[in-house]
Design a protein around this ligand. Structure first.
Ligand SMILES: Nc1nc2c(ncn2[C@@H]2O[C@H](COP(=O)(O)OP(=O)(O)OP(=O)(O)O)[C@@H](O)[C@H]2O)c(=O)[nH]1
Ligand SMILES: [Mg+2]
Length: 345
């Protein structure tokens, strides 16, 4: 079971590619395309709401095991640059770079494009990602691409298997009420193993619940391992008490104000005390006002790029997280909106 986020700039061929990888399913600011054949299950997420908003990009990357960065023959633009910064500050492990619309280009031009991208991604998490040229009209490269996706999927499965004994955490991306069943949620099991009848909690509301039943791609299951995309019927809780970003777990921290040890991207102008940044953790996001910035033990008014700093934020919305969660900082007023990342103190 592999979930892949299809990202890149406008008109880079994202939707065409996603729609060739599976059958259209759920639509919101992201669209899911599902594929299932001889035990191989693939979900491709088209980030339709991006670049208008960065939220669907962060959402899709958090729901996925791997990313595909689409670059068309017209090359890299600011938006592709922003996707690269996003992948880098998320510390995104797995992905491929797909040169799209190859039928409209020439081999030497595609080689040049690849060299160009290699230069720009040097030193980022994308440095060692593989390249492939594809066309969704001539189907050049499509079968090979699927094989590459499933190969990465296998190494993700091996990594996930090591997390099966960790405390279970499910991040919810959809939630609705089903007549006769009650609250049904869809999400991804980030770590651990869950079983029908398990008693857990919903966060940030911090309310006990029971897992009534589990489905894996519409098939009933008694248990689900790490990495599964699950549908859960929940007992003792109503659908309106849960939203995208909620976490079903046994132990999360819930806060409104937080202090983060941050690393800023070299592609940000930084921020100042008094600025309001957008803070993402998992699928949750909340505005946070910068109250103080400490660099090398000293209180400063402004944090520039490539600096490690400790930032205290005051917020107005409860967010739930675990110690190892990576927070992403964004400034929605900048052209390149991703500022950096941080971990809670
Ligand atoms: N010749 C050719 N055209 C393509 C290919 N893939 C996409 N296109 C065309 O390129 C345009 C953009 O493709 P989309 O798949 O809509 O790209 P997108 O990134 O989803 O675009 P937006 O969501 O509108 O930003 C469309 O007119 C497609 O028909 C391809 O492999 N070959
Ligand atoms: Mg599209």
């Amino acid at each position: 079971m592999t979930t892949v986020a299809i990202i890149g700039s406008e008109k880079s061929g994202r939707t065409s590619l996603a729609s060739k990888l599976g059958k259209k399913g759920n639509v919101s600011d992201i669209t899911m395309y599902e594929f299932s054949k001889s035990g191989k299950v693939l979900t491709a997420i088209d980030v339709v709401g991006y670049p208008k908003s960065i939220k669907p990009l962060v959402t899709a990357l958090n729901l996925s095991d791997m990313a595909i960065l689409c670059v068309s023959p017209s090359g890299l633009d600011a938006c592709a640059g922003e996707c690269i910064v996003a992948l880098d500050i998320l510390g995104y492990k797995h992905g491929l770079i797909v040169l799209t619309k190859s039928d409209t280009s020439y081999p030497h031009a595609l080689d040049e494009l690849q060299n160009n991208i290699k230069k720009i991604t040097a030193g980022t998490v994308l440095e060692k990602w593989e390249y492939i040229s594809v066309s969704t009209t001539s189907f050049e490269g499509m079968e090979e691409l699927k094989e590459m996706i499933f190969a990465i999927g296998e190494s993700v499965d091996e990594e996930n298997a090591k997390l099966n004994d960790s405390p279970p955490r499910v991040v919810i991306d959809q939630c609705f009420n089903v007549t006769g069943i009650g609250c049904v949620v869809l999400g991804v099991l980030l770590q651990g193993t869950i079983h029908a009848k398990d008693k857990m909690n919903a966060y940030p509301i911090n309310k006990p619940l029971e897992i009534r039943s589990i489905q894996l791609h519409d098939v009933d299951a008694k248990t689900a391992p790490t990495g599964s995309r699950v549908g859960l019927a929940l007992k003792n809780i109503q659908s309106k008490e849960i939203e995208r970003g909620s976490i079903v777990s046994n132990n999360e921290t819930v806060i409104t104000d937080l202090t983060l040890n941050c690393v800023l991207s070299q592609f940000t102008k930084g921020f100042s005390v008094g600025d309001v940044l957008h803070i993402f953790v998992g699928l949750q996001s909340a505005p946070g006002r910068v109250e103080s910035i400490i660099v090398n033990g000293e209180d400063v008014k402004h944090a520039g790029p490539v600096k490690e700093c400790t930032v205290r934020f005051s917020g107005s919305k409860e967010i739930a997280y675990s110690r190892s969660d990576r927070f992403i900082l964004a400034n929605l007023d900048e052209k390149q909106r991703f500022v950096g990342y941080g971990f809670s103190e």
